[in-house]
Design a protein around this ligand. Structure first.
Ligand code: C2E
Ligand code: MG
Ligand code: MG
Ligand code: MG
Length: 279
């Protein structure tokens, strides 16, 4: 691509930027419309998280958007867009509503959900969520909230209070995507996480790098020293799984163990997984 632009780069680049901005605006308008008037365009896919013993533990709820005009839009794209456009609270409300309904329909289901920092720091977020769950008799302990470091970087003191409030209400709390970004170890002893999720980019590089291997081992030991359960993301092969078992990883998640899927398929997989673990 870059080479083809060659000598005419300045002109072509300018045109590309313009097109990019226009596309982002068009997509933002579609997102706004869908959130306001077509909530059925959004759905939740669940990806299984298994114990290293193969037992089903919970499923990560992942937002999906199938736009009438744009088709499947990748989550990284529309979530970033929603955050920029001030729409992430509305989006989160739809996703959490679906998750709540799925939890109400299946008493054996436990989930983790991704919450963006803007959601967490919204004044009534936790109180509203707790009230909503109580109205349906859903125990908050069935939900683990996944947060990324951005929430801690933005306002550490405020984040600490909200985390504490989540824990007090009975939710599990995981630090997501550990091993990317700042990964400030300093936060870990002050904040009340119970789970550390090691980012998949980190896990995939372990196969090729002895240093990464040593780092991953150390990260897992550190997490255990802090009484945190460790989830390794991005398990794509039997080799990955064996390696992570050796390193003492507690929970695993990845395409090798299950792709994100509709809730109906998840119940079938849960049964097979527990059969396999029992055998
Ligand atoms: P995440 O929370 O780190 O979620 C894991 C992502 O890794 C998912 O991407 C999942 O499909 C992908 N993944 C899982 N196993 C593998 C594997 O073995 N190989 C590879 N290559 N990928 C794997 P997805 O669904 O595209 O979501 C991307 C990100 O979007 C999530 O990363 C999360 O940060 C965000 N996200 C998704 N749903 C929500 C939501 O409801 N709210 C918020 N705030 N963010 C969300
Ligand atoms: Mg996550
Ligand atoms: Mg992650
Ligand atoms: Mg991620």
């Amino acid at each position: 691509e870059g080479k083809r632009l060659g000598g005419r780069a300045p002109v072509a680049f300018g045109a590309l930027i313009e097109e990019g901005v226009r596309n982002a605006l068009v997509l933002e308008r579609a997102l706004r419309t869908a959130l306001a008037a077509r909530p059925e365009e959004f759905s939740v896919a669940y990806q299984p998280i298994l114990g290293i013993d193969g037992r089903f533990r919970r499923a990560e709820a992942l937002a999906r958007w199938t736009s009438a005009e744009h088709g499947e839009v990748p989550p990284d794209r529309f979530i970033a867009l929603a955050e920029k456009a001030g729409l992430v609270i509305d989006l989160g409300r739809i996703i959490l509503g679906r998750v709540r309904d799925d939890l109400a329909a299946d008493a054996g289901l436990r989930v983790s959900v991704n919450i963006s920092s803007l959601q967490l720091l919204a004044p009534d977020f936790i109180a509203d969520l707790v009230a909503d769950l109580r109205a349906r008799s859903i125990d908050p302990a069935r939900i683990q909230v996944e947060l990324t470091e951005s929430v801690l970087v933005r306002d550490p003191a405020q984040a600490a209070r909200h985390l504490h409030e989540l824990r007090a209400a009975g939710f599990g709390v995981a630090l997501d995507d550990f091993g990317t970004g700042y990964s400030s170890v300093a936060y870990l002893d002050q904040l009340s996480f119970d789970t550390l999720k090691i980012d998949r980019s980190f896990v995939s590089e372990v196969r090729h790098s002895p240093k990464r291997h040593a780092l991953l081992r150390t990260m897992i030991q550190m997490a255990h020293g802090l009484d945190l359960e460790v989830v390794c993301e991005g398990v794509e092969s039997e080799d990955d799984l064996r390696l992570l078992a050796e390193l003492g990883c507690d929970l695993v998640q990845g395409f090798h163990l299950g792709r994100p899927m509709p809730v109906s398929e998840l119940s079938a997989l849960r049964l097979t997984a527990s059969d396999r673990a029992a055998a």
